[in-house]
Design a protein around this ligand. Structure first.
Ligand code: 5AD
Ligand code: SF4
Length: 438
């Protein structure tokens, strides 16, 4: 180890699980004497924690790697690629790209200190074994203290939706024990955190041998000081009555369910191996809304999956019209190496058609989101203050229970980040509610 501890800069791409993993990596490196810096210019080591979910996720990383070339030549920067893209491409990536010194997949972060030490001595290395057990439950993430925190409660995915690379980059499903998660939530509450989001690639498949996901949600919601509990991302196949009851019945479990649909057409659902039909999905939506009328529903959609026709695509638009989600994330299908779809089906919807389908749905959904937000004008909602508004320091920004961003004037209300307050909604856009604290 040199006299001055090496400075690390980590850049994170992709989902919340990756943000969480970056906090784990920081913790592991801190324990091994590394310090952190906030730019590549001042770093000895740059780590890119990458995503592999769509082609543009890969492209972004290649772009950032290219931008590091000069720094590497100048001062011998050590460059590491972590996360899903490292796991997905493995040694091909290390061999193809001479800038990279270290590769580590999502289950291999404990190996990083050793890999980085070797890299500093000029030896490239990688660790990309997937584990059936690794949950990092003994490692406390190095978080930036604040109002909200993530806790990963399970890792991996056993669903093998045919389009998805995650089962290959994050391996088999495994859950932490309930007690460990609850202790982590208690520690967070003690440090002033008000909201915990339980994370997993398939979070409602959580099971620790004794407890299921509803047990876990309820246990975390009972931690003193935690005002709100959220969870992402669930799969529609794991919504037993008990879980709905927990969401509907507990005041501190947020009334927001992200319920990825992917497509509204039965033939495409089957090709994707989503394990539900359109009718079953709609029945679940009905059941959720009957149990919990105030629920906010959001979803993910893929447009242009293999062999999707215009008529089949129209079924998705039709379903968005019927369900009226508050928000939908709409993606064009991107074929991923190793997936079942890449092996079995032709990626035959032309790029222009995929793009046009996405644009159409995005426009359509914007109208629904605006309508839904405008329906809230005149109502009073509870908002958890997160910080100052982006546009003005005279405003607070927070979120409703349903996870909608709300902005309101600061004047004379003595609030601070972490406060829960009632806000009367006076205006709304597609993405934001505006109001006054009452
Ligand atoms: N192409 C496009 N979108 C994808 N997603 C997952 N895999 C792909 C892919 N190959 C989307 C799904 C998922 C979200 C996280 O990303 O909609 O729910
Ligand atoms: Fe990207 Fe999926 Fe990996 Fe998250 S789990 S970083 S979304 S590929």
């Amino acid at each position: 180890m040199p006299l001055r501890p090496p400075a690390v800069f980590i850049e994170t791409f992709g989902c919340q699980m990756n943000e969480y993993d970056t906090e784990l990596v920081r913790s592991i490196l801190k324990d091994n004497g590394y310090r952190f810096t906030d730019s590549a210019d001042t770093a000895d080591v740059v780590l890119l924690n990458t995503c592999a979910i769509r082609e543009n996720a890969h492209n972004k990383v290649y772009g950032h790697l290219g931008a590091l070339k000069a720094l590497k030549e100048d001062k011998g920067l050590v460059i590491g690629v972590l996360g899903c893209m490292a796991q997905n491409l493995k040694k091909d990536l290390l061999e193809e790209n001479s800038l990279i010194d270290v590769l580590a997949g999502p289950d291999s972060y404990r190996a990083l200190p050793e890999l980085l030490e070797k890299a500093a001595a000029g030896r490239k290395g990688m660790a990309v074994d997937l584990s059936e057990y690794e949950t990092y439950t003994d490692i406390t993430p190095d978080r930036i203290e604040g109002v909200a925190a993530w806790i990963a409660v399970m890792r991996g995915c056993d669903n093998f939706c045919t389009f998805c690379v995650v089962p290959y980059t994050r391996g088999r499903e495994r859950s932490r024990e309930l007690d460990g998660v609850v202790r982590e939530a208690e520690a967070l509450a003690a440090s002033g955190c008000k909201q915990v989001t339980l994370l997993g690639q398939n979070v409602n498949s959580y099971r620790d041998g004794t407890h299921d996901f509803a047990d876990l949600l309820l246990a975390v919601a009972e931690v003193r000081g935690i005002e709100r509990v959220r969870f992402i991302s669930p799969h529609p196949k794991d919504f037993p009555e008990k879980l709905l009851e927990a969401v509907a019945g507990h005041p501190r479990i947020c009334k927001h369910i992200h319920l990825p649909l992917q497509t509204g057409n039965d033939r495409i659902l089957q090709l994707m191996d989503r394990t539900y039909t359109r009718a079953e999905y709609l029945a679940l939506v009905d059941q959720i809304r009957t149990r919990c009328p105030e629920i906010i529903l959001t979803t993910d959609i893929i447009a242009g999956f293999c062999s999707e026709t215009d008529e089949e695509f129209a079924d998705t638009e039709d379903l968005l019209r019927e369900v009226e989600y508050h928000l939908a994330y709409i993606f064009q299908y991107s074929e991923r190496k190793n997936t079942i779809a890449a092996r079995k089906y032709a990626d035959d919807v032309p790029a222009g058609v995929k793009a046009a389908r996405v644009t159409k749905l995005v426009e359509f959904q914007r109208g629904i989101s605006l309508k839904k937000n405008r329906e809230m004008i005149g109502k009073t909602v509870e908002v958890l203050v997160e910080g100052e508004g982006k546009r003005s320091r005279d405003q607070w920004m927070g979120r409703t229970d349903g996870n909608i961003v709300a902005v309101f004037s600061k004047t004379g209300n003595g609030l601070k980040p972490g406060s829960l307050t009632s806000v009367r909604i006076t205006d709304a856009t597609v993405t934001t509610l505006y109001g006054e604290s009452v």
